[in-house]
Ligand binder design. Structure first.
Ligand SMILES: *Cc1c(COP(=O)(O)O)cnc(C)c1O
Length: 468
Protein backbone atom coordinates (compact mmCIF):
# COMPACT_ATOMS: atom_id res chain seq x y z
CA UNK A 1 0.00 0.00 0.00
CA UNK A 2 1.45 3.32 -1.13
CA UNK A 3 0.13 6.80 -0.43
CA UNK A 4 -0.19 9.69 -2.85
CA UNK A 5 -0.60 13.41 -2.20
CA UNK A 6 -3.83 15.22 -3.12
CA UNK A 7 -1.64 17.84 -4.84
CA UNK A 8 0.35 15.38 -6.92
CA UNK A 9 3.82 16.86 -6.47
CA UNK A 10 5.13 14.56 -3.74
CA UNK A 11 6.60 11.10 -4.34
CA UNK A 12 4.39 8.18 -3.20
CA UNK A 13 5.27 7.02 0.32
CA UNK A 14 4.68 3.99 2.52
CA UNK A 15 2.52 3.90 5.65
CA UNK A 16 5.38 4.55 8.11
CA UNK A 17 6.57 7.66 6.28
CA UNK A 18 3.01 8.97 6.01
CA UNK A 19 2.51 8.38 9.73
CA UNK A 20 5.64 10.34 10.63
CA UNK A 21 5.29 13.09 8.00
CA UNK A 22 1.66 14.16 8.52
CA UNK A 23 1.45 16.68 5.67
CA UNK A 24 2.98 15.90 2.24
CA UNK A 25 5.92 18.08 1.07
CA UNK A 26 3.74 19.71 -1.60
CA UNK A 27 1.26 20.89 1.03
CA UNK A 28 -1.25 18.17 0.10
CA UNK A 29 -2.76 15.39 2.19
CA UNK A 30 -1.97 11.72 1.79
CA UNK A 31 -4.51 9.18 0.52
CA UNK A 32 -4.07 5.49 -0.29
CA UNK A 33 -3.23 4.78 -3.92
CA UNK A 34 -6.24 2.45 -3.99
CA UNK A 35 -8.95 1.66 -1.43
CA UNK A 36 -9.02 -1.77 0.17
CA UNK A 37 -12.48 -3.28 -0.13
CA UNK A 38 -14.31 -6.11 1.66
CA UNK A 39 -17.02 -8.36 0.27
CA UNK A 40 -20.26 -9.18 2.12
CA UNK A 41 -18.88 -12.44 3.54
CA UNK A 42 -15.80 -10.64 4.84
CA UNK A 43 -17.91 -8.00 6.59
CA UNK A 44 -20.11 -10.70 8.10
CA UNK A 45 -17.05 -12.47 9.48
CA UNK A 46 -16.18 -9.34 11.47
CA UNK A 47 -19.47 -9.29 13.40
CA UNK A 48 -19.17 -9.74 17.14
CA UNK A 49 -15.41 -9.25 17.37
CA UNK A 50 -14.08 -7.32 20.37
CA UNK A 51 -13.45 -3.74 19.27
CA UNK A 52 -9.63 -3.97 19.37
CA UNK A 53 -9.70 -7.04 17.10
CA UNK A 54 -12.11 -5.42 14.66
CA UNK A 55 -9.92 -2.33 14.56
CA UNK A 56 -6.73 -4.29 13.87
CA UNK A 57 -8.32 -6.19 11.00
CA UNK A 58 -9.73 -3.09 9.32
CA UNK A 59 -6.59 -0.99 9.79
CA UNK A 60 -4.14 -3.71 8.73
CA UNK A 61 -4.73 -3.44 4.93
CA UNK A 62 -3.73 0.24 5.14
CA UNK A 63 -0.34 -0.52 6.68
CA UNK A 64 0.94 -2.26 3.54
CA UNK A 65 3.03 -4.79 5.41
CA UNK A 66 4.69 -2.22 7.70
CA UNK A 67 3.23 -4.12 10.67
CA UNK A 68 2.14 -7.72 11.07
CA UNK A 69 -1.49 -8.29 12.04
CA UNK A 70 -0.25 -9.68 15.39
CA UNK A 71 1.80 -6.56 16.14
CA UNK A 72 -1.13 -4.35 15.20
CA UNK A 73 -3.46 -6.38 17.44
CA UNK A 74 -1.02 -5.85 20.29
CA UNK A 75 -1.17 -2.09 19.70
CA UNK A 76 -4.97 -1.86 19.37
CA UNK A 77 -5.47 -3.96 22.51
CA UNK A 78 -3.13 -1.70 24.46
CA UNK A 79 -4.71 1.44 22.99
CA UNK A 80 -8.25 0.49 24.00
CA UNK A 81 -7.50 -1.27 27.30
CA UNK A 82 -7.71 2.11 29.03
CA UNK A 83 -11.22 2.93 27.81
CA UNK A 84 -13.80 3.05 30.56
CA UNK A 85 -16.42 0.94 28.75
CA UNK A 86 -15.89 -2.75 27.91
CA UNK A 87 -17.41 -2.19 24.46
CA UNK A 88 -14.86 0.64 23.88
CA UNK A 89 -17.36 2.48 21.62
CA UNK A 90 -20.84 1.46 22.86
CA UNK A 91 -23.89 2.02 20.66
CA UNK A 92 -26.83 3.39 22.66
CA UNK A 93 -30.39 3.36 21.32
CA UNK A 94 -32.24 6.63 21.92
CA UNK A 95 -35.32 6.24 19.74
CA UNK A 96 -36.92 3.85 17.25
CA UNK A 97 -34.22 4.51 14.68
CA UNK A 98 -31.89 6.86 16.58
CA UNK A 99 -28.60 5.66 17.97
CA UNK A 100 -25.67 7.36 19.67
CA UNK A 101 -22.24 5.87 19.04
CA UNK A 102 -20.37 6.87 22.20
CA UNK A 103 -16.79 7.66 21.26
CA UNK A 104 -15.91 9.47 24.50
CA UNK A 105 -14.92 6.72 26.92
CA UNK A 106 -11.18 7.32 26.50
CA UNK A 107 -8.89 9.18 28.91
CA UNK A 108 -9.80 12.76 27.91
CA UNK A 109 -13.55 12.24 27.39
CA UNK A 110 -13.63 13.03 23.66
CA UNK A 111 -13.56 11.03 20.45
CA UNK A 112 -10.03 12.08 19.50
CA UNK A 113 -8.74 9.57 22.04
CA UNK A 114 -9.91 6.68 19.81
CA UNK A 115 -7.41 7.62 17.12
CA UNK A 116 -4.70 9.21 19.24
CA UNK A 117 -4.36 6.36 21.74
CA UNK A 118 -3.42 4.18 18.79
CA UNK A 119 -1.33 6.83 17.05
CA UNK A 120 1.04 7.25 20.01
CA UNK A 121 1.67 3.50 20.05
CA UNK A 122 2.15 3.38 16.28
CA UNK A 123 4.78 6.12 16.59
CA UNK A 124 6.64 4.15 19.24
CA UNK A 125 6.51 0.93 17.25
CA UNK A 126 7.83 2.49 14.05
CA UNK A 127 10.46 4.63 15.80
CA UNK A 128 11.80 1.74 17.87
CA UNK A 129 12.28 -0.26 14.68
CA UNK A 130 14.16 2.65 13.09
CA UNK A 131 16.09 3.60 16.21
CA UNK A 132 14.76 7.16 15.98
CA UNK A 133 13.04 9.67 18.27
CA UNK A 134 10.61 12.46 17.46
CA UNK A 135 9.44 15.57 19.24
CA UNK A 136 5.78 16.47 18.97
CA UNK A 137 5.00 20.15 19.37
CA UNK A 138 1.51 21.58 19.28
CA UNK A 139 -0.61 24.53 20.37
CA UNK A 140 -3.97 24.19 22.05
CA UNK A 141 -6.74 26.54 23.10
CA UNK A 142 -7.64 23.89 25.66
CA UNK A 143 -9.39 20.96 24.08
CA UNK A 144 -7.06 19.02 21.82
CA UNK A 145 -3.84 19.30 23.84
CA UNK A 146 -4.92 16.81 26.47
CA UNK A 147 -5.75 14.10 23.91
CA UNK A 148 -2.28 14.50 22.36
CA UNK A 149 -0.59 14.41 25.77
CA UNK A 150 -2.51 11.30 26.85
CA UNK A 151 -1.54 9.67 23.56
CA UNK A 152 2.17 10.36 23.99
CA UNK A 153 2.68 10.00 27.76
CA UNK A 154 5.18 7.28 28.63
CA UNK A 155 5.97 6.54 24.97
CA UNK A 156 9.64 5.62 24.78
CA UNK A 157 10.59 7.33 21.50
CA UNK A 158 8.35 10.39 21.65
CA UNK A 159 8.74 13.71 23.46
CA UNK A 160 5.85 16.13 23.51
CA UNK A 161 5.62 19.85 24.26
CA UNK A 162 2.19 21.48 24.21
CA UNK A 163 1.80 25.26 24.31
CA UNK A 164 -1.31 26.85 25.77
CA UNK A 165 -2.14 30.52 26.38
CA UNK A 166 -1.52 31.16 30.08
CA UNK A 167 -4.74 31.67 32.03
CA UNK A 168 -6.98 31.36 28.98
CA UNK A 169 -8.02 27.72 29.16
CA UNK A 170 -10.56 26.41 31.64
CA UNK A 171 -9.16 24.91 34.83
CA UNK A 172 -10.36 21.41 33.85
CA UNK A 173 -8.69 21.76 30.46
CA UNK A 174 -5.42 22.95 31.98
CA UNK A 175 -5.39 20.27 34.67
CA UNK A 176 -6.07 17.50 32.13
CA UNK A 177 -2.77 18.51 30.53
CA UNK A 178 -0.60 19.66 33.43
CA UNK A 179 -1.32 16.79 35.83
CA UNK A 180 0.29 14.29 33.43
CA UNK A 181 3.69 14.01 35.11
CA UNK A 182 5.35 11.58 32.67
CA UNK A 183 8.94 12.71 32.06
CA UNK A 184 8.49 12.96 28.26
CA UNK A 185 5.55 15.41 28.61
CA UNK A 186 6.01 19.16 28.97
CA UNK A 187 3.40 21.88 29.18
CA UNK A 188 4.26 25.45 28.33
CA UNK A 189 2.00 28.28 29.46
CA UNK A 190 2.76 31.14 27.09
CA UNK A 191 2.24 34.76 28.11
CA UNK A 192 0.03 35.46 25.10
CA UNK A 193 -3.02 34.35 23.14
CA UNK A 194 -3.84 31.06 21.41
CA UNK A 195 -2.84 32.69 18.11
CA UNK A 196 0.57 33.53 19.63
CA UNK A 197 0.95 29.87 20.60
CA UNK A 198 0.04 28.75 17.09
CA UNK A 199 2.48 31.24 15.57
CA UNK A 200 5.28 29.92 17.80
CA UNK A 201 4.57 26.34 16.71
CA UNK A 202 4.47 27.35 13.05
CA UNK A 203 7.74 29.25 13.43
CA UNK A 204 9.40 26.15 14.91
CA UNK A 205 8.28 24.06 11.92
CA UNK A 206 9.44 26.69 9.44
CA UNK A 207 12.93 26.82 11.07
CA UNK A 208 14.35 23.97 8.96
CA UNK A 209 17.56 23.32 10.97
CA UNK A 210 15.61 23.27 14.24
CA UNK A 211 12.90 21.10 12.73
CA UNK A 212 15.48 18.56 11.54
CA UNK A 213 17.51 18.66 14.76
CA UNK A 214 14.44 17.98 16.92
CA UNK A 215 12.72 15.67 14.42
CA UNK A 216 9.58 17.76 14.92
CA UNK A 217 6.27 16.05 14.22
CA UNK A 218 2.61 16.94 14.63
CA UNK A 219 -0.46 14.96 15.60
CA UNK A 220 -3.11 17.20 14.04
CA UNK A 221 -6.06 15.80 12.20
CA UNK A 222 -4.48 15.92 8.74
CA UNK A 223 -2.40 12.86 9.71
CA UNK A 224 -3.72 9.97 7.63
CA UNK A 225 -3.26 7.47 10.45
CA UNK A 226 -5.83 9.37 12.50
CA UNK A 227 -8.44 9.00 9.76
CA UNK A 228 -7.74 5.27 9.40
CA UNK A 229 -8.10 4.74 13.14
CA UNK A 230 -11.61 6.22 12.98
CA UNK A 231 -12.93 3.84 10.32
CA UNK A 232 -13.48 0.81 12.60
CA UNK A 233 -16.07 2.39 14.86
CA UNK A 234 -18.38 3.08 11.95
CA UNK A 235 -18.00 -0.57 10.99
CA UNK A 236 -18.72 -1.68 14.58
CA UNK A 237 -21.96 0.32 14.62
CA UNK A 238 -23.13 -0.71 11.16
CA UNK A 239 -22.37 -4.40 11.75
CA UNK A 240 -24.28 -4.31 15.04
CA UNK A 241 -27.29 -2.83 13.19
CA UNK A 242 -27.32 -5.43 10.44
CA UNK A 243 -24.67 -4.53 7.87
CA UNK A 244 -23.80 -5.66 5.30
CA UNK A 245 -27.45 -6.67 4.71
CA UNK A 246 -28.86 -3.39 6.05
CA UNK A 247 -27.90 0.20 5.32
CA UNK A 248 -27.32 2.83 7.99
CA UNK A 249 -26.96 6.61 7.89
CA UNK A 250 -24.45 8.51 10.01
CA UNK A 251 -24.61 11.98 11.52
CA UNK A 252 -21.27 13.48 12.51
CA UNK A 253 -20.59 16.67 14.50
CA UNK A 254 -17.97 18.16 12.24
CA UNK A 255 -15.05 20.58 12.48
CA UNK A 256 -12.02 19.62 10.42
CA UNK A 257 -14.02 17.00 8.47
CA UNK A 258 -11.76 14.15 9.67
CA UNK A 259 -14.40 12.13 11.46
CA UNK A 260 -16.99 12.26 8.68
CA UNK A 261 -14.28 11.51 6.12
CA UNK A 262 -13.51 8.31 8.05
CA UNK A 263 -17.17 7.30 7.64
CA UNK A 264 -16.91 7.98 3.93
CA UNK A 265 -13.73 5.84 3.80
CA UNK A 266 -15.65 3.02 5.50
CA UNK A 267 -18.13 3.15 2.63
CA UNK A 268 -15.31 3.07 0.10
CA UNK A 269 -14.34 -0.18 1.80
CA UNK A 270 -17.80 -1.56 1.10
CA UNK A 271 -19.77 -0.72 4.25
CA UNK A 272 -23.35 0.21 3.27
CA UNK A 273 -23.74 3.79 4.50
CA UNK A 274 -26.72 5.44 2.83
CA UNK A 275 -26.06 9.05 3.84
CA UNK A 276 -23.48 11.23 5.60
CA UNK A 277 -25.03 14.01 7.67
CA UNK A 278 -22.54 16.81 8.35
CA UNK A 279 -23.54 18.61 11.54
CA UNK A 280 -22.23 22.12 12.22
CA UNK A 281 -22.87 24.83 14.80
CA UNK A 282 -23.27 28.49 13.77
CA UNK A 283 -19.92 28.18 11.97
CA UNK A 284 -21.73 26.81 8.97
CA UNK A 285 -19.26 26.84 6.06
CA UNK A 286 -19.91 23.15 5.28
CA UNK A 287 -23.69 23.55 5.45
CA UNK A 288 -23.49 26.51 3.05
CA UNK A 289 -21.30 24.50 0.72
CA UNK A 290 -23.59 21.47 0.64
CA UNK A 291 -26.75 23.57 0.23
CA UNK A 292 -25.53 26.03 -2.39
CA UNK A 293 -21.87 25.36 -3.32
CA UNK A 294 -20.86 28.32 -1.19
CA UNK A 295 -17.57 27.36 0.45
CA UNK A 296 -16.56 30.84 1.62
CA UNK A 297 -14.68 31.71 4.77
CA UNK A 298 -16.33 33.91 7.39
CA UNK A 299 -14.93 34.92 10.78
CA UNK A 300 -15.07 32.16 13.39
CA UNK A 301 -17.71 32.75 16.04
CA UNK A 302 -17.46 31.12 19.46
CA UNK A 303 -20.20 28.61 20.27
CA UNK A 304 -21.21 26.08 22.91
CA UNK A 305 -19.46 23.39 20.82
CA UNK A 306 -15.94 24.87 20.58
CA UNK A 307 -14.36 21.87 18.85
CA UNK A 308 -16.50 22.70 15.81
CA UNK A 309 -15.62 26.40 15.72
CA UNK A 310 -13.72 26.38 12.45
CA UNK A 311 -13.30 28.44 9.29
CA UNK A 312 -11.62 25.87 7.09
CA UNK A 313 -12.16 22.11 7.30
CA UNK A 314 -8.70 20.89 6.30
CA UNK A 315 -9.70 17.28 5.61
CA UNK A 316 -12.25 18.38 3.03
CA UNK A 317 -9.34 18.47 0.58
CA UNK A 318 -9.29 14.66 0.62
CA UNK A 319 -12.94 14.44 -0.41
CA UNK A 320 -12.45 17.15 -3.02
CA UNK A 321 -9.62 15.16 -4.60
CA UNK A 322 -11.88 12.11 -4.84
CA UNK A 323 -14.83 14.13 -6.16
CA UNK A 324 -12.56 15.49 -8.90
CA UNK A 325 -11.74 11.96 -10.02
CA UNK A 326 -8.33 12.18 -8.26
CA UNK A 327 -7.21 15.09 -10.43
CA UNK A 328 -4.30 16.39 -8.31
CA UNK A 329 -3.58 19.40 -10.54
CA UNK A 330 -7.20 20.57 -10.27
CA UNK A 331 -7.18 19.98 -6.49
CA UNK A 332 -3.99 22.00 -6.09
CA UNK A 333 -5.41 24.86 -8.19
CA UNK A 334 -8.67 24.97 -6.25
CA UNK A 335 -6.87 24.92 -2.89
CA UNK A 336 -4.55 27.73 -4.06
CA UNK A 337 -7.55 29.82 -5.11
CA UNK A 338 -9.24 29.10 -1.79
CA UNK A 339 -6.17 30.28 0.12
CA UNK A 340 -5.93 33.42 -2.01
CA UNK A 341 -9.60 34.45 -2.13
CA UNK A 342 -11.32 32.76 0.83
CA UNK A 343 -13.78 31.15 -1.57
CA UNK A 344 -13.38 27.61 -2.94
CA UNK A 345 -14.37 27.30 -6.61
CA UNK A 346 -15.71 23.73 -6.54
CA UNK A 347 -16.86 22.65 -10.04
CA UNK A 348 -20.58 22.09 -10.31
CA UNK A 349 -20.31 18.36 -11.04
CA UNK A 350 -18.16 17.76 -7.98
CA UNK A 351 -20.55 19.76 -5.79
CA UNK A 352 -23.52 17.74 -7.11
CA UNK A 353 -21.69 14.51 -6.35
CA UNK A 354 -20.98 15.72 -2.81
CA UNK A 355 -24.52 16.84 -2.13
CA UNK A 356 -25.92 13.53 -3.36
CA UNK A 357 -24.22 11.72 -0.45
CA UNK A 358 -23.64 14.42 2.16
CA UNK A 359 -26.36 16.50 3.83
CA UNK A 360 -25.34 19.69 5.62
CA UNK A 361 -26.95 21.09 8.75
CA UNK A 362 -26.26 24.00 11.10
CA UNK A 363 -27.63 24.76 14.58
CA UNK A 364 -27.25 27.83 16.81
CA UNK A 365 -26.57 27.77 20.55
CA UNK A 366 -30.19 28.21 21.72
CA UNK A 367 -31.37 25.34 19.55
CA UNK A 368 -28.43 23.25 20.80
CA UNK A 369 -29.56 23.76 24.40
CA UNK A 370 -33.13 22.86 23.39
CA UNK A 371 -31.84 19.68 21.76
CA UNK A 372 -29.95 18.68 24.93
CA UNK A 373 -33.13 19.28 26.95
CA UNK A 374 -35.22 17.31 24.47
CA UNK A 375 -33.13 14.13 24.63
CA UNK A 376 -32.91 14.34 28.37
CA UNK A 377 -36.71 14.62 28.62
CA UNK A 378 -37.49 11.99 25.99
CA UNK A 379 -34.85 9.35 26.60
CA UNK A 380 -33.15 10.28 29.87
CA UNK A 381 -29.98 10.87 27.85
CA UNK A 382 -27.43 13.58 28.59
CA UNK A 383 -25.77 14.73 25.37
CA UNK A 384 -22.88 17.19 25.27
CA UNK A 385 -23.35 20.21 22.96
CA UNK A 386 -21.39 18.66 20.05
CA UNK A 387 -23.40 15.45 20.20
CA UNK A 388 -26.62 17.47 20.48
CA UNK A 389 -25.86 19.23 17.18
CA UNK A 390 -25.37 15.80 15.62
CA UNK A 391 -28.63 14.48 17.05
CA UNK A 392 -30.58 17.47 15.71
CA UNK A 393 -28.97 16.99 12.30
CA UNK A 394 -29.89 13.31 12.36
CA UNK A 395 -33.53 14.19 12.92
CA UNK A 396 -33.55 16.82 10.17
CA UNK A 397 -31.89 14.64 7.54
CA UNK A 398 -32.81 11.02 8.33
CA UNK A 399 -33.38 9.09 5.09
CA UNK A 400 -37.03 8.75 4.02
CA UNK A 401 -36.92 4.96 4.50
CA UNK A 402 -37.68 4.44 8.22
CA UNK A 403 -35.91 1.08 8.08
CA UNK A 404 -32.56 2.87 7.85
CA UNK A 405 -31.22 3.61 11.35
CA UNK A 406 -29.30 6.83 11.95
CA UNK A 407 -26.13 6.63 14.02
CA UNK A 408 -24.95 9.90 15.56
CA UNK A 409 -21.32 10.12 16.59
CA UNK A 410 -21.37 11.15 20.27
CA UNK A 411 -18.05 12.98 20.26
CA UNK A 412 -17.69 14.28 23.83
CA UNK A 413 -18.72 13.19 27.31
CA UNK A 414 -21.37 15.51 28.82
CA UNK A 415 -19.08 16.11 31.82
CA UNK A 416 -16.60 17.77 29.49
CA UNK A 417 -19.13 20.58 28.91
CA UNK A 418 -21.00 20.66 32.23
CA UNK A 419 -22.10 24.30 32.07
CA UNK A 420 -24.09 23.90 28.85
CA UNK A 421 -25.61 20.61 30.00
CA UNK A 422 -26.62 22.15 33.31
CA UNK A 423 -28.17 25.17 31.59
CA UNK A 424 -30.24 22.87 29.39
CA UNK A 425 -31.30 20.24 31.92
CA UNK A 426 -30.59 21.52 35.44
CA UNK A 427 -28.26 18.56 35.91
CA UNK A 428 -24.51 18.88 36.28
CA UNK A 429 -22.94 15.68 34.90
CA UNK A 430 -20.16 14.43 37.22
CA UNK A 431 -16.70 13.56 35.94
CA UNK A 432 -16.13 9.80 35.63
CA UNK A 433 -14.41 8.27 38.72
CA UNK A 434 -11.01 8.05 36.98
CA UNK A 435 -10.95 11.85 36.71
CA UNK A 436 -12.79 12.70 39.92
CA UNK A 437 -9.59 13.67 41.78
CA UNK A 438 -8.38 15.95 38.97
CA UNK A 439 -8.51 19.01 41.22
CA UNK A 440 -6.35 17.34 43.85
CA UNK A 441 -3.55 16.25 41.52
CA UNK A 442 -0.13 17.83 41.30
CA UNK A 443 0.42 20.08 38.27
CA UNK A 444 3.61 20.67 36.34
CA UNK A 445 4.08 23.42 33.79
CA UNK A 446 6.59 26.05 32.76
CA UNK A 447 5.66 29.65 32.04
CA UNK A 448 7.47 31.40 29.21
CA UNK A 449 7.13 34.74 27.41
CA UNK A 450 5.87 34.87 23.83
CA UNK A 451 9.42 34.50 22.54
CA UNK A 452 10.56 32.01 19.92
CA UNK A 453 14.16 31.66 21.14
CA UNK A 454 12.99 30.95 24.69
CA UNK A 455 10.51 28.33 23.51
CA UNK A 456 13.02 26.66 21.21
CA UNK A 457 15.53 26.54 24.04
CA UNK A 458 12.96 24.85 26.24
CA UNK A 459 12.00 22.30 23.57
CA UNK A 460 15.66 21.47 22.91
CA UNK A 461 16.45 20.97 26.59
CA UNK A 462 13.35 18.79 27.05
CA UNK A 463 14.19 16.57 24.07
CA UNK A 464 17.89 16.25 24.97
CA UNK A 465 17.15 15.36 28.58
CA UNK A 466 14.85 12.53 27.55
CA UNK A 467 17.11 11.20 24.80
CA UNK A 468 20.00 10.92 27.27
C1 LIG B 1 -12.54 17.45 17.23
C2 LIG B 1 -13.98 17.36 17.62
C3 LIG B 1 -15.02 17.41 16.66
C4 LIG B 1 -14.75 17.64 15.18
O1 LIG B 1 -14.17 16.53 14.57
P1 LIG B 1 -13.50 16.67 13.12
O2 LIG B 1 -12.87 15.36 12.87
O3 LIG B 1 -12.50 17.78 13.25
O4 LIG B 1 -14.58 16.99 12.15
C5 LIG B 1 -16.33 17.25 17.10
N1 LIG B 1 -16.62 17.09 18.41
C6 LIG B 1 -15.66 17.04 19.36
C7 LIG B 1 -16.05 16.88 20.78
C8 LIG B 1 -14.30 17.17 19.00
O5 LIG B 1 -13.36 17.15 19.96
Amino acid sequence: MRYISTRGEAAPRGFEDVLLAGLAEDGGLFLPESWPSLGAAEWRALRGLPYAELAARLIHPFTGGALSLEDLQGLTRAAYAGFRHPATVPLVQLGPRDFALELFHGPTLAFKDVALQLLGRLFDHVLAKRGERITIVGATSGDTGSAAIEACRDRAAVDIVILHPRGRTSEVQRRQMTTVLAPNVANLAIEGSFDDCQDLVKAMFVDAPFRAEMRLAAVNSINWARIVAQIPYYAAAALALGAPEREVAVSVPTGNFGNVLAAWAARRMGLPIARFIVASNRNDILARFLAANDMSVRPVEPSLSPSMDIQVSSNFERLLFELLGRDAAATARIMRDFRATGRMPVPDAAWRAASADFAGFALDDDATLAEIARWHAEAGYLADPHTAVGLAAARAHAPADPGIPVVTAATAHPAKFPDAVERATGLRPPLPPALADLYAREERLAVLPNDLAAVQGFVRAHALRNAA
